[in-house]
Design a protein. Structure first.
Ligand SMILES: O=C(O)CCC(=O)C(=O)O
Ligand SMILES: [Fe+2]
Length: 212
């Protein structure tokens, strides 16, 4: 299966490669992030199922005293008792469907990690986006692994180093899987930027482990 990896270093250096990557301990101590990308991870594009069946919400977000709709739709799926909140938005929990469990199982097998929740995002066109952030909510613990499955049209995903400002862009295509390993969330921000050109609809499923 086609696989890309990106070793991220704070000293303005990113190495990137295709195929397998073996951690070398001397290198590891300088690493400030690690990303894996599988462009063709899923056999089927589940976009239509996800668009129709997930319990999409249009929430409002208040930033610096101004309230606006979030620039995308979203929803939360998780194990019983596993709730999620970000940017002061409390997301009601939905139960996993068998289709979602199948996607989650495939990812857990690849990442060798268990996830108990998933934040789904639906970008209706190029004007929907998610701004710079890291997935660093306290409930995710200090070293989260985040796995992001993409369906539908491609969108650019950018990463920015908190200290050096270094930028990396990856075009996330439908049926792909992106894994952000620790300590990526601590040292890097990420976003799906707004796009002025026409963009097909896209859905991302971001799997997390929430500590209770
Ligand atoms: O849509 C994506 O690929 C990224 C979404 C994201 O960063 C998030 O849900 O935290
Ligand atoms: Fe994120």
């Amino acid at each position: 299966m086609e696989r890309w990896w990106y070793s991220l270093f704070s000293a303005n250096e990113v190495s990137m490669g295709q195929g397998s990557f073996v951690f070398e301990s001397e290198v590891e101590s300088f690493l400030d992030g690690m990303i894996e990308y599988y462009p063709n991870f899923f056999k089927d594009d589940e976009f239509s199922y996800l668009k129709e069946k997930l319990n999409w919400r249009k929430d409002l977000i208040t930033i610096f005293g101004k309230t606006n709709p979030i620039p995308r739709l979203h929803c939360w799926y998780g194990d019983q008792g596993i709730n999620y909140e970000y940017s002061n938005i409390h997301l009601p929990r939905n139960d996993w469907s068998s289709e979602l469990i199948k996607i989650k199982d495939e990812i857990e097998e690849k990442v060798s990690t268990r996830f108990n929740g998933m934040l789904a995002n639906y970008y209706r066109d190029g004007s929907d986006y998610v701004s710079w952030h890291s997935d660093d909510e306290k409930s995710l613990g200090p070293n989260p692994t985040i796995a992001c499955a993409s369906f539908g049209g491609p969108r650019v995903f950018s990463l920015k180093n908190r200290k050096s400002g270094e930028l990396i862009k990856i075009n996330l295509q439908g049926r792909s899987l992106l894994i952000m390993h620790p300590p990526t969330q601590r040292e890097w921000l990420h976003q799906i930027p707004k796009s002025k050109v026409f963009e097909d609809e896209r859905i991302s499923l971001t799997f997390r482990f929430v500590h209770q």
